[in-house]
Design a protein around this ligand. Sequence first.
Ligand code: ATP
Ligand code: MG
Length: 85
Amino acid sequence: MNPVTNPFAPGAGSQPPELAGRDELRETIRIALERIRRGMPTKSVLLVGLRGVGKTVLLDRMRDDAEAAGIHTMRIEAPESRADT
Ligand SMILES: Nc1ncnc2c1ncn2[C@@H]1O[C@H](COP(=O)(O)OP(=O)(O)OP(=O)(O)O)[C@@H](O)[C@H]1O
Ligand SMILES: [Mg+2]
């Protein structure tokens, strides 16, 4: 395969050319956010998974989805080894 056009480009947090297999989770979040927008109760969501399984890119895509729906979002990183006050 041509290395220039090879879509496999692993890297922490870099969006893949195709976010495979995440449509159901994105729909779950869309429903939850729409319920919140209407002042209705909904469940919290916590993404847990092995190193490199795709948590960061999924979170960022969910954020893009929310912004596209007119919802303001905030991205905060909290490294467990750093204690900011
Ligand atoms: N659904 C997906 N389809 C295709 N590629 C994906 C998918 N999810 C993640 N990747 C790719 O896998 C790599 C790792 O993704 P990401 O950095 O989001 O993982 P992570 O779970 O946040 O890792 P870490 O635990 O190290 O923070 C990236 O190159 C990303 O583009
Ligand atoms: Mg990550």
